[in-house]
Ligand binder design. Sequence first.
Ligand code: CMP
Length: 166
Amino acid sequence: MQRSGGRGSRSRKREAEKEKTKIRDGEVKMAKERTFLMIKPEAVENGHVGEIIARFERCGFRLVALRMEKLSREKAEKQYEEHRGKDFFESLVSYICSAPVVLFVVEGENAISAARKMVGATDPKKAAKGTIRADFGIDIQRNAIHAADSPEKAEREIKIHFGELV
Ligand code: CMP
């Protein structure tokens, strides 16, 4: 006599589990993203590069590109195009070009939003405890690090600094 929920039902359950795993695996793959980050001049100057990159590695992100560069005005303006016209634009561009920055790309699950969380609010005074800006930022402009804020921006900024890496 076959009990209800017997073999047929168990194998259907197993099939359903396999399907769910496939979907889960699919979702994990789809959620794997790349994002762009830039350690700003004062954080480079103050010796925070190693610790900042280590935080991303400790959180499980894989470093896929890295370069130290003194940005040209042209690149800095391109990077910050969306802020053109704002009162801090000129000051921001000259600050970013004033000394070398460290540009890098990390890859991992939900990298874009996860990196934004690790980076913290724009103003270091308002950034949550333990975030990179709270720990290393000086003021709203010299806020230690930039992180792309959307998939479109991540793609755009990776292209500006690392060509067709995306
Ligand atoms: P970031 O995340 O790189 O994006 C734009 C940058 O502009 C921001 O970090 C700050 O460095 C700078 N910024 C934003 N708001 C202000 C502000 N009110 N005054 C000066 N700089 C700002």
